[in-house]
Design a protein around this ligand. Structure first.
Ligand SMILES: [Zn+2]
Ligand SMILES: [Zn+2]
Length: 379
């Protein structure tokens, strides 16, 4: 058979026509999917098959939002486990528990993802699935009711009989600005996910944050005075709740993940289409988190190297170990710095016992309904 040279062969397999260019490589669809998968699987080194115990696989929690990134992560990890199960050894390195915090319970403008979540279960049946509403935080996180009550102070009255949903609504209604609301929502979501992980017996959470998302998170956290919690919010490692956090999509840009979903069309059944960004939306109505996300999506994609650098720089930071006696923020788990106007070094030894229970870090205290008074202490 005469060999016909393709006009634009794929640089990897040389067999098929290249249909897209990624990081200067022209690839066919299959090789692109493999290229992305390898970058993710490489980040799962902590859970390698050859290191896995024969009788007990670690369980990992994958929070699915039915967005592009977490859906791609589920598809890739599912593929990795399928290949392991089909290989000669017939066993897998870890098990996945997929958790959906129903987006419609976080904001009424979000659609409920019930059908999309059911679709995910049908496509990837080997995993365990749980769907919870946002207010399930009161069910899974025992300490949160007390914590938010102290955090909100007199602005929030937690009275029975109040349903969990009403309680969460009442608490969130007292948070003053769009930025603070978003900020506190993110903390509550993280706590809910961690509490679920613990309840399901998972030892780690695998987050679906792309490099672009991590860069936006980095910039937003610095702007919000939350620089000290950057390491565990952005880097692989132990979180303040003794659960491992992993970010296997950290080497991939959001645009590359979007391109991935085009190559795997069935994922459209799971992914909620993103609302187009409203150019004319006043920036004043955006929270810092949304503003940074928008900035990265519009500007950051033009300078991907800079974005990667933002995240890599944080990754080089040492995770600060919490010194003995240092107080952790009751809400977000970060280290509390010395309170203003205090001679205290921030050490527990200087505080009366009842004040140990409601110390909030600088970042959290800025979002308190009563922001303005010296926030780290209850008066
Ligand atoms: Zn190829
Ligand atoms: Zn805090």
């Amino acid at each position: 058979m005469s060999e016909k040279r393709l006009p634009d062969p794929c640089m990897d397999c040389k067999d098929r026509k290249a249909i897209l260019t990624v990081r200067t490589r022209q690839l066919c669809s299959d090789c692109f999917v493999r290229f992305i998968s390898i970058k993710v699987v490489r980040r799962m080194e902590l859970y390698r098959l050859r290191d896995a115990s024969h009788d007990r696989q670690p369980k990992l929690l994958l929070p699915l939002s039915c967005g592009v990134s977490s859906t791609v992560l589920l598809h890739i990890l599912n593929g990795q486990l399928e290949r392991q199960a089909a290989s000669g050894q017939g066993r897998v390195a870890y098990k996945l528990h997929v958790l959906l915090v129903d987006p419609s319970t976080i904001s009424i403008v979000n659609p409920s993802c019930e059908e999309r979540f059911a679709q995910a279960q049908q496509y990837f049946p080997r995993h365990t699935y749980t769907r919870v509403p946002f207010h399930a935080i009161f069910q899974y996180d025992e300490g949160i009711r007390e914590t938010i009550s102290r955090f909100a102070g007199s602005e929030f009255e937690d009275r029975d009989p109040m349903s969990d949903s009403e309680r969460l609504d009442a608490f969130r209604a007292g948070i003053p600005t769009a930025s603070s609301k978003n900020d506190i929502d993110n903390i509550l979501l993280t706590r809910l996910i961690v509490a679920c992980a613990r309840s399901f017996g998972c030892e780690a959470v695998v987050w679906g944050d792309s490099d672009s998302r991590l860069a936006a998170k980095t910039l937003a956290n610095v702007a919000k005075g939350r620089g000290s919690s950057l390491t565990w919010q952005v880097c692989d490692g132990l979180s303040p709740w003794d659960i491992q956090f992993s970010f296997p999509l950290r080497d991939l840009y959001k645009s590359e993940l979007q391109l991935y979903t085009v190559q795997v069309p069935s994922l459209a059944d799971i992914i909620v289409p993103e609302q187009p960004m409203q150019e004319n939306q006043s920036n004043r109505n955006l929270s810092i988190d949304e503003l940074m996300k928008q900035y990265i999506e519009t500007q950051g994609e033009k300078y991907p190297g800079v974005m990667a650098n933002v995240v890599r720089t944080v990754a080089k930071l040492q995770q600060p170990s919490i010194p003995v006696g240092q107080v952790q923020c009751t809400l977000c788990g970060s280290c509390c710095e010395s309170p203003p106007n205090s001679t205290s070094s921030g050490s527990t030894a200087d505080l009366p016992n009842d004040e140990l229970t409601d110390r909030f870090c600088y970042g959290c205290s800025r979002s308190q309904p009563s922001a303005g008074i010296i926030p780290s202490y209850r008066r």
